[in-house]
Write a protein that binds this ligand. Structure first.
Ligand SMILES: Cc1cc2nc3c(=O)[nH]c(=O)nc-3n(C[C@H](O)[C@H](O)[C@H](O)COP(=O)(O)OP(=O)(O)OC[C@H]3O[C@@H](n4cnc5c(N)ncnc54)[C@H](O)[C@@H]3O)c2cc1C
Length: 388
């Protein structure tokens, strides 16, 4: 007999896990299908920051920054073992383009959007404190600003959110690939494949949280549905065999003035990221030689003493709205896409690790329009996340 769920979620990245948790917390019967492994794709290849996104102020994405700062505070509260506040340093050199007044103005706005909370404080380091910035080039250094943001382990965070979803009654099938769905009589008939072969289930709501595969999923649904035109933009990180300090450095690439992070990661130094248009199969993404040299050149410019020995690298795909010009200035807000011809179908495009909980709540609110009211089981803003 075909199993029936209220909600089937496709994709076990941070968004799919978040929707499974929010759906189960709202009292619904939820199934999540993940084809490879939890956090196997983008959600293990991020910069691992739980942040408001200071750099988004340059493109005036104020709502995104405000919401992300709010979510950062929630995650610091409910997941203290998974999200830690770290000092971020912005050095200003004779030759860098972002001048001290601009950085002060940006940090003041950041603090305002963070409601002037204690975690939104910032200050300019005195020259005597520069010695703390282990290895940073002193020649040409004019000023250094310190502010605070969060760092996490994206894989552990995704696992913890899925763990919470399971404890609220959600079901996980992994590995299990979504194959197709058809909509009729107010519900989706869903075909998927797991180790046991071809399977079928039905649901009133279908949530497409397949990240870079979102439009592939939509092409497998009948009747045909609308989709958004998207660009996939690759971001690469490298891991250097270099013992880091405690802080995270926010640096300006000498090549194109983009912001690059140099951060401690599992006792080594993580550097990222890049923005390279990608047109291939999302399963085949790899760091490129020119991206690696771009990152090494940036590190070498600011940390001339650092070893250039790379012990690891990884690349992930951003899902951005199609647009002209550099990806750096494109909107990073999440888009939740629905189609009146297929009520109950919600597609999540783009987004941030940081905002997964808010995005999941919005997706469940959209799904609710086709679901019966249920007794709420929990509030994800107060539910602790465990790192075990
Ligand atoms: C380089 C880079 C750096 C970033 N840094 C940060 C950061 O520091 N902080 C931050 O807040 N955000 C950051 N982000 C954004 C954040 O990582 C992403 O928004 C988030 O991970 C996207 O998660 P997702 O669940 O939508 O997609 P994904 O994690 O890609 O998950 C999609 C899942 O769907 C599965 N899937 C696909 N097809 C099927 C199918 N047919 N059946 C079943 N499953 C399927 C895939 O296997 C995959 O696991 C970064 C993004 C990139 C690319």
């Amino acid at each position: 007999m075909t199993k029936t769920y209220d909600m089937v979620v496709i994709g076990g990245g941070i968004h799919g896990a978040g929707v499974a948790q929010a759906g189960a917390a709202a009292g619904y019967k939820v199934l999540l299908l993940e084809k490879t492994g939890l956090a196997h794709a983008t959600s293990s290849r991020s910069s691992k920051l739980i942040h408001g996104g200071l750099r988004y102020l340059e493109s005036w994405q104020l709502d995104l920054v405000r919401e992300s700062l709010k979510e950062r505070e929630i995650l610091l509260r409910i997941a203290p073992n998974l999200v830690q506040l770290k000092p971020f340093y912005i050095p200003v050199y004779r030759e860098t383009t972002r001048r001290p007044w601009k950085i002060r103005a940006g940090l003041s706005l950041y603090s305002l959007l963070g409601n002037f909370s204690v975690n939104s404080r910032f200050h300019k380091l005195s020259k005597s404190e520069w010695a703390l910035l282990d290895g940073l080039r002193m020649q040409g250094l004019r000023a250094v600003y310190r502010y605070w943001d969060g760092q996490t382990d994206d894989i552990k965070l995704t696992n913890a959110v899925m763990g919470s979803a399971l404890s609220l009654g959600a079901t996980l099938k992994c590995p299990a690939s979504f194959i197709s769905a058809s909509y009729s009589n107010n519900q989706f008939e869903i075909h998927y494949q797991d180790a046991g072969g071809d399977k079928q289930c039905s649901a009133r709501s279908l949530i497409n949280a397949a990240g870079p595969w979102a439009n592939t999923i939509l092409s497998q649904i009948k009747p045909d549905t609308d989709y958004l035109n998207i660009d996939l933009v690759q971001g690469t990180h490298i891991i250097l065999d270099q013992t880091p300090g405690d802080g995270i450095f926010y640096l300006e690439s000498p090549k194109d003035q983009r912001a690059i992070f140099v951060m401690p990661w599992q006792g080594k130094t993580l550097v990222g990221t890049t923005e390279t248009h990608y047109q291939g199969d999302p399963d085949n993404i790899q760091p490129l030689e020119n991206e690696i040299s771009y990152l090494l050149d940036t590190v070498g410019k600011y940390f001339p003493m650092y070893q250039r020995k790379i012990i690891g690298s990884f690349a992930g795909l951003r899902v951005l709205p199609v647009g002209e010009g550099p990806a750096f200035h494109r909107p990073r807000e999440t888009t939740l896409h629905t189609d009146t011809k297929l009520p109950g179908l919600v597609t999540i495009y783009g987004g941030k690790l940081t905002g997964y909980r808010a995005t999941a709540q919005k997706a469940v609110t959209l799904a609710r329009t086709v679901l019966p009211a249920q007794k709420i089981r929990a509030d994800t803003a107060t539910l602790s996340l465990s790192s075990d």
